[in-house]
Design a protein around this ligand. Structure first.
Ligand SMILES: [Zn+2]
Length: 242
């Protein structure tokens, strides 16, 4: 059942500090498959998910994630990515604060022009030296583990695998943004599993208004003040539009 909802620009609240969390649903219209649910990567290939857990060998990581890099070379930002980048530019120019936390590792928010992006699960467009050299931009589809151009040691994709810990910097940036937000919007992600579930509680604790936008609703008890149903590429431009 579709309910009426109001674009942010037509709401009287005048939110100053906005935090948006995005998941795979935002990139679906760009042609990237989601992970869970019907047609999802993990659903179609449970072995892929199993290979991407903490402690996986570098060979497994690269054989599972390498092909995804090839897919990323083909995709472009969609209307949802563009609307969020436009909103950030307008909102910040007007003196507001904006933080985009994304679970996606596809780099499409930055490609659309988003500036303050916390890549909560890292980026598939970077590789990380297992020594001390840090991360480098790397879009190459490596068939086997590549050598670090700095030290010659092994590198891994700069993404967070299942059961791995979120980067300290990302964790801190997300928490700081949530602590001060007055509007929190989760888009295209599973609203009641981690991290959305803990983010919405954090936002609620900060006194923020909370919106959940996704293809399917949550059903039952949940902490979001408002639910908007629909595909991200339609909902986001209308919700965040000028
Ligand atoms: Zn190195």
């Amino acid at each position: 059942m579709e309910r009426e909802w109001t674009p942010l620009s037509a709401r009287p609240e005048g939110y100053r500090s906005v935090v948006v969390l995005t998941g795979a649903g935002v990139s679906a219209a760009s042609g990237l498959p989601t992970y869970r649910g019907p047609g999802g990567l993990w659903t179609a290939d449970p072995e892929l998910a199993r290979s991407l857990v903490a402690g996986a060998s570098l060979e497994r990581m690269w054989s599972a994630l390498g092909p995804l890099r090839a897919a990323l070379a083909e995709v472009r930002p969609n209307a949802a990515h563009r609307a969020l980048a436009d909103f950030e530019a307008r909102h910040v120019a007007a003196g507001g604060r904006f933080c985009l936390i994304t679970q996606n590792v596809d780099g499409l928010h930055q490609a659309a022009g988003s500036k303050n992006v916390v890549e909560y699960h890292g980026s598939l467009l970077r590789s990380r030296c297992l020594g001390a050299c840090g991360v480098i931009d790397d879009r190459a589809v490596h068939a086997k583990p590549p050598a670090c151009p700095g030290c010659g040691g092994p590198m891994r994709p700069d993404v967070v695998l299942f059961e791995e810990t979120i980067g300290v910097r990302q964790e801190r940036a997300a928490k700081r943004a949530l602590d001060e937000c007055d509007l929190f919007v989760a888009i295209g992600t599973s609203g009641m599993v981690w991290p959305a579930a803990s983010f919405v509680r954090g936002a609620e604790y900060a006194g923020a208004y909370t919106i959940y936008a996704n293809l399917t609703g949550l059903g039952g008890e949940h902490p979001y003040a408002e639910t908007i149903l629909g595909p991200a590429e339609e909902v986001v431009p209308r919700l965040f539009g000028a």
